[in-house]
Design a protein around this ligand. Sequence first.
Ligand SMILES: [Zn+2]
Length: 436
Amino acid sequence: MGRTLIKAKYIITCNKTFDILRKAAIAFEDGIITYVGTEDKIPFSTSYFDEILVEEEGIAIPGLINAHTHAAMNLFRGVCDDLPLKEWLEKKIWPLESKLESEDLLYGNLAAFLEMLSTGTTTFADFYYFNELIDALKIIPLRAIATVAFLDLVPDGEIYWKRFSELKKYFELANSVEGGLVKVALGPHAIYTCSRQLLEKIVEVSEKYRLPVHMHVSETVDEIKFAKEKFGKTAIEYLDDIGILNERMIAAHCIHLDENDIRILGDRRVNCVHCPSSNLKLADGIMPVSRLLKANVNVCLGTDGAASANSLNIFNEMRNTVLLQRGVNLDPTFPNAREALLMATIDGAKALGLEETVGSIEVGKKADIVLLDGRSPRLLPEHNLVSNIVYSCTPADILYTIVNGKALYRRGKFSNIDADKILEIFSGRALKLLSA
Ligand SMILES: [Zn+2]
């Protein structure tokens, strides 16, 4: 893979002390960062490098992390924009999914990856069809959490139980993507689609293999009603009874929470994934982000699938996060742009168990980096770079998206990827799904 040097005007490291370096450089070798510092102290001569990218006005940030999505659901973008979650799932999405073929999913994933790269996402946690996700990652190598989905309270739900005896196969598939880019998570869909026995089995297996558990939690009023009627408690209390809430839990949504729920989430060190665009569009509600942060819950960001949120752009979610909390709490001080950027980077890495690997630009971590064009009118003037990135920057300002040391996206073009062909096939297959 070789040795690369990037020279940029600024590096926003997102490290523990939130260092912002000026006239800075990042060196990496075989995908691992070997130097982060000022340009005048690079410990290597220029001849040492195979490639040198000089962006005198560039601003480097860590690659963004989308901690909850269903990548290939982009096949259904715009299909059902105006339904509540229950009807959306039962009347539209599940019937369409029953018609999906492997090739649909492969091209859905590939098109989603193009969208992610062009919007600065380098790592994502997917919750959809495992095998086709892996096939797509072999073609476009992003960093991913691949979730093995489980839901047994649906027709033919018993087939999901077989997956527990097939875990070795999932590990092998994840490992078949080069570069250690893919990790496996267990994905009980939600409390209303999974039996208690299934959730208990997930606890046992997650403990045994130290696997993250990726789940939809407290997303709708209906879900809370379901929990109260069926179990006599809130969804969070029910999940806590089962013992599934801990630091390995990646809990998407977490909207309808009472004070006791928030305390439990903080005590159990659960990771909550805020998906503001999807939650607003499905009219599910708004995560109490400020209250969760104050209870020491790790909050990170996700888009959810493009069938509900319509976009896989994490810049939108950073901005929405701050604006929504301020609108709801009438507090213009919290959270701020820096907190939103951390949610989209290092806090996402923590949630996915990748804190030692990505989420900040530091020596020893993987070179997952987004380089922004500091000459963009949206990033000027330079009074407050982080504020510009969260409130005003758009993906049009991205110069490079680098994953594991490889610049997969450069100045509007995808490296070694026939994007036109992928999008043509994707679009054709998506239209055919709806017409059949
Ligand atoms: Zn979801």
